[in-house]
Design a protein around this ligand. Structure first.
Ligand SMILES: Cc1cc2nc3c(=O)[nH]c(=O)nc-3n(C[C@H](O)[C@H](O)[C@H](O)COP(=O)(O)OP(=O)(O)OC[C@H]3O[C@@H](n4cnc5c(N)ncnc54)[C@H](O)[C@@H]3O)c2cc1C
Length: 403
């Protein structure tokens, strides 16, 4: 296994780094460094810059805008974006529904949706989870009954991230409640969020923010041409989609950037005649996390090197479950370190869903203090979504340990 970059790979990394330095708006970057919320505009503007460069959807098939990059190039690209830090591209568009439509969609769906999805002219949200159907996703109950040339959808989705911004939702719905196995009667539908009968209700989170929603469907009429692939084959498409979601799940660049920032700020924080960074307890905690991150990075590179050897990366490697678990634990550890840095200034943060600015209120204490508390609470989510860490342990037990 060779973990070193080739000269071409190093040149590619430098090209990506230079592009980000040139194109990323200083305001967006500053917000990200301070850990503040970035809004829809920051994400859309950045995605369009990437799209203009041809880098919005590098993982898609080449005929729809993909780059045909090697797994190492994809890894380098993602890590450079993360550690800049620049906004991540909207996963619902780029790694979820886009590849599904490109692979299983009709010619009309490809023409209508793919360019607009890459350019973020359409903002998608993901309607999979329901109350009672999260880890056990195949237990979903939202129905779609066929009536002539429409499906009529009834039911509820939950935890729908940023549905308040979404133009369209991609959904798993039950089209055959009589199917022998619950996985068999599910279909994959695309629904315009402006269709009558859809209600989006915000869920207020512990951090005071409005990131997720409940979405209700009451006799929602969806043209049959919005079915992706074949009726009752939606589970296959969902498995394909969730496999893509696991790529890059370790977010090594995010943790690297955050640890750099923690180190920088701890060196400014006075403790008597010294700084926080001089304190043995803090140094040890920080060093432990840095070492864990280095180990994670090497594991990530091993997975990439394996994929490079195979020459493709379609099938998710069961090792990516290790990346998910350790990656999420390390990201959460960075939020704890930041709480240590901020100390008592962590306490006040806004908690009203009606606040336009959410977490962007003026901080008490240093300017980086305001986001530390909300981020600590918000990032508990990382070990839940994308397949909870307990589910990942089940995968490791079965696929790697052979239980
Ligand atoms: C912030 C956030 C954003 C999200 N965004 C979206 C979105 O945009 N669209 C969407 O469709 N979904 C979204 N989700 C939902 C997410 O996919 C689910 O929360 C996740 O699948 C877990 O399901 P659940 O919440 O129903 O918990 P449950 O499945 O009920 O699990 C509860 C607990 O039991 C454990 N558990 C469950 N089954 C097992 C098992 N077999 N073995 C061991 N332990 C088990 C879990 O690990 C967890 O700790 C989001 C979730 C969060 C937190």
């Amino acid at each position: 296994m060779d973990l070193n970059l080739t000269a071409e790979e190093a040149a590619f990394r430098d090209e990506v780094r230079a592009f980000i330095a040139r194109e990323l708006s200083p305001e967006t970057r500053a917000k990200m460094i301070l850990g503040r919320e970035i809004g829809k505009k920051d994400i859309v503007d950045w995605q369009r810059k990437l799209n203009a460069r041809g880098w919005a959807v590098p993982n898609w098939p080449v005929e729809y805008g993909g780059q045909g990059w090697s797994p190492m190039q994809e890894y380098l690209f993602q890590t450079e974006i993360e550690q800049a830090p620049a906004p991540a591209s909207l996963p619902f568009n780029t790694s979820m529904v886009g590849p599904v439509i490109a692979t299983f969609g009709s010619a009309e769906q490809k023409a209508k949706f793919l360019p607009a999805t890459a350019n973020l002219d359409i903002w998608w949200c993901q309607g999979f989870s329901e109350p009672g159907a999260g880890s056990d996703l195949a237990g979903l109950k939202t129905t779609a009954r066929r009536e002539g040339d429409v499906y009529v959808v009834n039911g509820q989705k939950t935890w729908t991230t940023m549905a308040q911004y979404a133009d369209w939702i991609f959904m798993l719905v039950r089209t055959n409640p009589q199917a022998e196995k619950k996985q068999q009667g599910i279909s994959f539908l695309l629904i315009d969020m402006k269709t009558p009968g859809i209600t989006v209700r915000p869920i207020q989170l512990l951090d005071g923010g409005h990131e997720v929603n409940e979405v209700f469907f009451d006799e929602v009429k969806v043209p049959v041409e919005n079915l992706v692939g074949e009726e009752n084959r939606g589970w296959d498409y969902a498995k394909f989609l969730l496999g893509n979601e696991r790529m890059g799940i370790a977010r090594v660049g995010v943790s690297r950037q955050r640890l750099r920032r923690v180190r920088e700020l701890a060196a400014l924080e006075r403790v008597g005649d010294e700084t926080l960074l001089d304190q043995p307890w803090f140094r040890e905690k920080l060093a432990n996390t840095e070492i864990e991150l280095k180990a994670l990075e090497i594991t990530q590179l091993r997975v990439v090197a394996e994929a490079r050897k195979r020459g493709k990366h379609g099938q998710p490697d069961p090792n990516s479950s290790i990346l998910k678990i350790r990656g999420s634990e390390i990201q959460q550890a960075t939020t704890e370190l930041m709480m240590d840095v901020v100390g008592p200034f962590v306490a006040p943060f806004p908690a009203s869903i009606d606040d336009e600015d959410q977490t962007n209120d003026p901080p008490i204490g240093p300017d980086y203090a305001a986001a530390a508390g909300p981020t600590y609470f918000n990032w508990r989510k990382i070990s839940i979504y994308g397949g909870s860490n307990e589910i990942q342990r089940n995968i490791i037990a079965k696929a790697i340990l052979g239980f």
